[in-house]
Design a binder for this molecule. Structure first.
Ligand code: URA
Length: 487
């Protein structure tokens, strides 16, 4: 039996590749974490090089992605599990990952989900405190993740707080960003983490100011934020007061005609009783009057699809036919989308399809030749208008709420610039970023692609065909078809 000490996923991958090449069975290897400790017995060694021959073989890309995530799990047996699965894919069952009932595959996918959830929590609940040293500002946070996710999440913080000097301390390890690079160091216990009243006061004031009572979701907060995190959050001790004051503030918002209006009250009632579901959100959204678009629209067009959808398609807003039927993407753009989905081998009934804005924004023009029955008055044509930033902002909480219900969602496909901007912020050029996975606050795998209407609007045949092919290719990427790659 060989004992192999592993530092991280890349290290595991390199050694696993050579062990597979030398036909080393999982029963001959014991993988252990390198915690910076010397072995008591001194029997760890590199794989037996005499049995190693350089060769390449192919494994599903999906495995690499799962394995990379599971590498951050705390379970000491994860490297053994990963090697056993790799071995089985190579020697026994190339399509092993498709067998969801297989015990190893079940464990692997469960662990992957646990890591993803933990990373999501770290992004949401880390709170920095300011420290001034030699007239320079530093920001420090302490967090206790369930898994060893510091290196997975640190790049996210370096992008989000690029212009700050910050350190995140955790019991496993710490990470520091000096506005140029990330440096990792030892972990610290809770008692070593600084506790600065000044920053807590600042944060309390900030939190009270940004607090939106219409968005309070007590159940969700409790389930998302385990009680042990609450003590790390300076705002925790004012949440009670803020909640008590929420109904009055909602009334105030209604009076000022800002925010969600009457739907906000439903949110609060709903949250007190039971967590939101897609169906309950749909019902609440049906009376949303957060912006003026509801006035001229027939109805709210909410998202559609199964709650366990893995792929979520996000469009801009319903069109004329969607407004009449109440369903997303059933008009001309929907036909294009259906064609692209079919060509990409995706079954629409397994996807969640929705829009950033849930009401049809349009102007009405007289159209002498029109015989359409879909518009409210015959002979008049309702012309699509792009929603503005305020309308997108008003409607965005509905998508956030939909997304939080879709627990199995793995890929978020933004169809067109409005969806891309709503999720990733302004400044992205679709022509530069189309077809690439980008990490967003919603989803690690956010993919930007053409809106089907962009294909409809292309008068030039060759441009239309190219864009359609690109849309199909991007949807294929989202489908994570088992593309085989070198490992
Ligand atoms: N365009 C969109 O963005 N969404 C629809 O539902 C229909 C057309």
């Amino acid at each position: 039996m060989q004992t192999i000490t592993i530092t991280d996923f890349d290290n595991w991958r390199k050694i696993a590749r050579s062990l597979i090449a030398s036909n080393t069975s999982p029963t001959e290897v014991q993988w252990v974490d390198d915690d910076g400790q010397q072995s008591l017995f001194g029997n760890e060694r590199e794989p037996d090089k005499t049995r190693t021959k350089a060769t390449t073989f192919r494994v599903p890309r999906e495995f690499i992605s799962l394995a990379q995530t599971v590498g951050y799990h705390r379970d000491a047996n994860r490297w053994n599990l990963l090697y056993r699965i790799l071995w089985r894919i190579k020697n026994e069952q190339p399509h092993l990952l498709e067998i969801e009932t297989d015990e190893d595959v079940y464990r692997l996918t469960k662990m992957e989900k646990q890591v993803r959830r933990d990373a999501h929590k770290m992004k949401a609940f880390v709170r920095f405190r300011k420290v001034v040293r030699d007239q320079e500002e530093f920001f420090v946070a302490w967090h206790q993740p369930d898994h060893r996710i510091v290196r997975r999440v640190a790049p996210f913080f370096s992008r989000r707080f690029a212009g700050m000097n910050w350190t995140i301390l955790t019991p496993d390890e710490s990470v520091t960003w000096d506005q140029q690079s990330l440096q990792y160091g030892k972990g610290v216990t809770r008692s070593e983490a600084p506790d600065f009243d000044e920053l807590e006061d600042l944060w309390r004031t900030y939190y009270a100011n940004i607090f939106n009572p219409a968005r309070v979701k007590v159940k969700m907060m409790k389930s998302e934020m385990p009680v042990r995190y609450w003590k790390n959050l300076p705002e925790a001790d004012i949440i009670g007061d803020l909640l008590a004051d929420a109904p009055r503030r909602v009334e105030q918002m209604i009076a000022q005609h800002e925010g969600f209006a009457e739907t906000a009250i439903d949110f609060i009632k709903q949250d007190a009783a039971q967590p939101a579901t897609l169906a309950s959100l749909n019902k609440m959204a049906s009376i949303c009057s957060a912006c003026d678009l509801h006035r001229d629209a027939t109805q709210t067009v909410f998202g559609e699809g199964p709650v366990n959808a893995r792929i979520v398609l996000l469009g801009e807003q319903p069109g004329d036919q969607e407004d009449v039927s109440g369903k997303p993407f059933i008009g001309p753009a929907g036909k294009i989308l259906d064609g692209a989905l079919q060509a990409a081998g995706l079954d629409r009934s397994q996807l969640y399809v929705t829009n950033v804005v849930k009401h049809f924004k349009h102007t009405t023009s007289v159209n002498e030749t029109s015989t359409s029955n879909t518009s409210e008055s015959k002979g008049k044509k309702r012309l699509h208008q792009k929603p503005n930033a305020r309308e997108v902002r008003c409607c965005r909480p509905w998508f956030d709420a939909e997304w939080s219900c879709l627990e199995d969602a793995e890929v978020l496909v933004c169809l067109g610039a409005t969806a891309a901007t709503a999720i990733l912020g302004p400044g992205l050029k679709l022509t530069d970023t189309r077809g690439l996975f980008i990490e967003s606050d919603h989803c690690q795998k956010t993919l930007l692609t053409w809106h089907p209407s962009a294909i409809l609007r292309s008068h030039d045949n060759s441009i239309r065909e190219r864009k359609m092919q690109e849309l199909i290719d991007d949807l294929k990427l989202a489908a994570k078809e088992k593309i085989h790659v070198e490992t």
